[in-house]
Design a protein around this ligand. Structure first.
Ligand SMILES: *[C@@H]1O[C@H](CO)[C@@H](O)[C@H](O)[C@H]1NC(C)=O
Ligand SMILES: *[C@@H]1O[C@H](CO)[C@@H](O)[C@H](O)[C@H]1NC(C)=O
Ligand SMILES: *[C@@H]1O[C@H](CO)[C@@H](O)[C@H](O)[C@H]1NC(C)=O
Ligand SMILES: *[C@@H]1O[C@H](CO)[C@@H](O)[C@H](O)[C@H]1NC(C)=O
Ligand SMILES: *[C@@H]1O[C@H](CO)[C@@H](O)[C@H](O)[C@H]1NC(C)=O
Ligand SMILES: *[C@@H]1O[C@H](CO)[C@@H](O)[C@H](O)[C@H]1NC(C)=O
Ligand SMILES: *[C@@H]1O[C@H](CO)[C@@H](O)[C@H](O)[C@H]1NC(C)=O
Ligand SMILES: *[C@@H]1O[C@H](CO)[C@@H](O)[C@H](O)[C@H]1NC(C)=O
Length: 375
């Protein structure tokens, strides 16, 4: 089948072709040689108890790597189901296709980094990993039904790190399922899902079904975030921070949502923000020069002990109704609020229905910049 198997075996593994056929379960690490010249096919192997790794010649070392692979290369196995160890493919030069359609379980991390030729990954059955890391600039196709479980036991951080998802326009397979990240002891406390500016270049909608998270921090490119995946009943995020290129945050239907702190910072691109939460403890909008309108849902009447801070949003005008269609856009909490500190232009009627102390301000002629604190 293969002209050559440029593998070397560590531990007990030997993957010469005839042995590979007989060897459904291999024990020990499978390490692909640094100067890999050919495609690799591991049909027949079902389980690897050990790590499956390839560390290729990186850019700085390429000069010392003779026999640099011409490619395009493929790494595939239609039978591999389980790797009780890590899969690390780092600087896998000229790898265009990674095809492990039957793989469902990776006990440690699964990392594909600096693999610039990679165009297609078939991880259709992958459900359980300890952590997943992807950094690739040209990926076009991902076949994956979706990660259902982040394994806590192996000591890895239990995260999903998309440093760069290449040209993918949909990464929901990583995030849509109802995983409670608070149940993962190794999920670094206080850290959560951080999607950096280059991570989601071509993604326009991100469906997030993870049920609980310490912190969600996202940059995007014309990105809309939808809270709630197909099987998610409720979510509870402690902190949500939206940055540049995020156009909006919406909720999927039939979902209970709690967000602890919601914060918009300087560089996001949201113009009209409608907060899609059932409950929230704190809302802070800072220096959002593009923001024009803010809508609080009717559930806001039940929000308790809310802290509300708005400053540096020069284009924002707070209204109780939408001027165009007269629809109510602002519901004040009925119970007392922890604090209110708004520096913004407001409409005359904005404070009608506000808690008692706030009403005091309603006779100020507006628009006007207000700054006050409720204790
Ligand atoms: C894939 O795995 C399932 C069990 O998980 C097995 O029944 C099936 O035969 C495997 N497919 C291939 C092509 O090995
Ligand atoms: C994977 O290996 C670890 C030890 O390294 C072991 O505790 C665990 O039970 C193994 N899991 C499976 C599914 O074989
Ligand atoms: C997530 O898990 C934590 C810890 O077990 C639990 O307190 C919390 O209620 C769970 N959240 C959801 C939304 O299931
Ligand atoms: C983002 O949206 C704006 C406004 O619709 C558009 O002008 C711009 O080209 C879009 N950018 C990308 C990268 O799609
Ligand atoms: C908002 O902008 C002002 C003036 O540029 C700056 O002093 C302040 O730190 C900014 N606040 C935040 C929360 O970024
Ligand atoms: C209300 O929120 C403030 C801070 O936001 C907190 O210090 C205080 O304990 C909260 N009070 C109640 C009754 O939850
Ligand atoms: C009120 O609106 C004016 C004109 O649009 C703007 O220049 C000013 O910065 C706004 N004030 C505040 C406090 O946002
Ligand atoms: C209200 O917010 C402004 C701007 O962020 C800040 O400078 C001021 O100290 C705050 N006031 C109180 C009482 O917290």
């Amino acid at each position: 089948m293969l002209a050559r198997l440029p593998l070397f075996a560590a531990g007990l593994v030997s993957l010469a072709n005839p042995i590979r056929k007989a060897c459904k379960v291999t024990r020990g690490d499978v390490t692909l040689t640094k100067q890999l010249l050919d495609s690799i096919n591991l049909d027949g192997v079902e389980e690897i108890h050990g790590d499956l790794t390839h560390y290729g010649c990186d850019a700085t070392a390429i000069i010392r790597c003779k026999n640099f692979p011409k490619g395009p290369l493929e790494f595939s196995s239609s039978t591999l189901r389980k790797v009780n160890g890590s899969i690390d493919f780092m600087t896998y030069n000229n790898l265009e296709k990674l095809s492990l359609p039957n793989l469902s379980y990776v006990w440690n991390e699964f990392a594909v980094q600096d693999t610039a030729s990679l165009k297609e990954m078939d991880l259709t059955s992958l459900e359980s990993v300890s952590s997943f890391e992807l950094g690739t600039t040209n990926l076009e196709k991902l076949h994956m039904n979706g990660i259902k479980e982040l394994l806590p036991e192996s000591g890895y951080t239990g995260g999903i790190y998309l440093n760069n998802a290449g040209k993918l326009d949909n990464v929901d397979a990583f995030f849509k399922n109802p995983i409670n990240t608070s149940e993962i002891p190794t999920w670094t406390p206080g850290k959560g899902l951080l999607l950096n500016p280059p991570a989601l270049r071509n993604v326009r909608t991100l469906n997030l079904g993870l049920t609980a998270m310490d912190k969600l921090e996202v940059w995007g490119t014309n990105l809309t975030i939808v809270l709630g995946g197909p099987e998610t009943k409720s979510i509870s995020y402690k902190e949500v921070i939206l940055h540049g290129g995020v156009l909006g945050i919406h909720r999927a239907d039939n979902l209970e949502k709690h967000v602890g702190k919601f914060r918009l910072d300087t560089d996001h691109d949201i113009t009209d923000l409608s907060l899609p939460f059932d409950t929230v403890d704190s809302i802070a909008l800072f220096n959002s020069s593009k923001l024009r309108s803010l809508t609080l849902p009717s559930q806001a009447e039940n929000w308790k002990n809310l802290s509300l801070t708005i400053s540096g949003c020069g284009s924002l005008r707070l209204e109780s109704k939408n001027g165009a269609d007269g629809k109510k856009t602002w519901y004040w909490p009925k119970s007392s609020m922890a604090s209110v500190n708004i520096t913004s232009n407001v409409s005359t009627s904005f404070f009608s229905g506000a808690p008692a102390l706030v009403s005091f301000w309603t006779d100020i002629s507006v628009p006007v910049a207000l700054m006050y604190m409720l204790l």
